[in-house]
Write a protein that binds this ligand. Structure first.
Ligand code: ATP
Length: 378
């Protein structure tokens, strides 16, 4: 069963008196990890301030899970240090680090009831029965699954299992919480609901959390800070707005997706696009770009459509498809002179004002382009 919005509204509101969390910052410095001759994590430094939620974001194989396992103590780094606050815990076992871990595949104990699953970490630590009872009930109430206490995991939906996995990890009051694609196995709708839920949950608990995902939307919606990884290295760490508005390089802007990429020639600080008909793009030069070949990145909302060529930098294009569903109208066009498909997002108001039809010829005007040298691959 998915979590309804009314359930969300009440599930984390108030009334729970959980202990103030003993949470701490995490710093992994100059971490390198090889598997044979393959470098999975290459001199990486990341930090997660106390009480924040940091997302490790990157394509498959970029080293996110390996880094998370090193931070948790499940894997040993070849070089580098891991600190919780100022304490060097590089050589401590996972057990001694007091980490809460949640994986993509629920990993609940199938032969134990929901209650006993959540109680597990407390029983291992031989906590008094009265404390186990009150704490588990409190946590189950928090995730609105009290009525499932005596059932077995097989009777829960995927989303419910992940909520149980999360409170099971939280029950022994870990110093940090590490989540590895916790919603990866769930369908899109439940994923969306759980990410909203996780954010609210985090706002309530403030446990320092590192969250691995390859889903940009998930990272941007949930995290205080995003670490973008590629090929075992960190491309950028910053708040979602910093990373979105000031991508450090071509990899970051491309990986964040939903961007038009145009091959350009840079000449004396001007970005020129096209051979026969040449267009000068209005630019935001984020890195010093030498004269020569480069790529211009333009997000769909940074383009406008008009019926006549406006200014000196309009491109003729034919409308191929219009998707008017939603508050933003998505228009796909073919710029024939340049042999390029271009996506433009228009407000509903602008779309209605223009009265666009599929198949007709119009002009596209770029408002702002970000230029990076051609020097990376995903
Ligand atoms: P995904 O999103 O697919 O889980 P990831 O970014 O989490 O990817 P990792 O799982 O950290 O990436 O893997 C990074 C690289 O290290 C991959 O190429 C992987 O094949 C390799 N790797 C990871 N663990 C091992 C291992 N135990 N032995 C050999 N190679 C490994």
């Amino acid at each position: 069963m998915a979590i309804g919005s009314s359930e969300l509204a009440t599930s984390l509101g108030s009334g729970y008196h959980l202990p103030a969390w003993f949470t701490m910052s995490i710093t992994a410095s100059n971490i390198t990890k090889r598997f044979g001759s393959f470098v999975a994590v290459d001199d990486v430094t990341v930090s997660c301030p106390s009480g924040q939620l940091v997302a490790l974001l990157g394509p498959s194989g970029s080293g996110k899970t390996t880094l998370l396992r090193i931070i948790s103590g499940l894997e040993a780094a070849d070089t580098g240090t891991v600190r919780y606050e100022t304490e060097d815990i590089t050589h401590r076992s996972a057990k001694d680090r007091h980490v809460g871990f949640v994986f993509q595949h629920y990993a609940l104990f199938r032969h134990m009831t929901v209650f006993e699953n959540v109680a597990f970490g407390l029983r291992v630590r031989k906590r008094p029965e009265a404390e186990v009872q009150s704490r588990v009930r409190e946590l189950l109430r928090l995730v609105r699954l009290e009525e499932k206490a005596q059932q077995y995991p097989s009777s829960l939906s995927g989303g419910q299992k992940q909520r149980i996995a999360l409170v099971r990890a939280l029950a022994p009051e870990p110093r940090v919480l590490l989540l590895d694609e916790p919603f990866g196995a769930l369908d899109a709708k439940v994923r969306m609901e759980l990410r909203t839920w996780l954010r609210r949950f985090h706002n309530e608990f403030h446990v320092t959390t590192i969250f691995v995902t390859h889903d940009q939307d998930e990272a941007f919606e949930v995290a205080d800070q995003v670490v973008v990884m590629n090929k075992g290295r960190v491309e950028q760490q910053g708040t979602p707005i910093e990373v979105f508005e000031h991508p450090a390089n071509a990899f970051v802007i491309d990986f964040l997706g939903n961007v038009n990429k145009l091959p350009v020639r840079v000449e004396g600080g001007r970005a020129l696009f096209g051979e026969k008909s040449q267009v000068e793009l209005p630019t935001r030069m984020l890195s010093p770009t030498k004269d020569g070949l480069a790529d211009a990145y333009i997000r769909p909302h940074e383009l406008d459509i008009s019926r006549s060529p406006e200014g000196g930098n309009a491109m003729r294009a034919q409308i191929v498809h219009i998707n008017p569903a939603g508050s933003i109208v998505k228009v796909r066009l073919l710029a024939e002179d340049f042999g390029l498909m271009i996506n433009v997002d228009l407000t509903l108001e602008r779309y209605r004002q223009l009265g666009l039809k599929s198949g007709e010829s119009v002009h596209i005007t770029p408002c702002e382009a970000t230029i990076f040298p051609v020097d990376y691959s995903i």
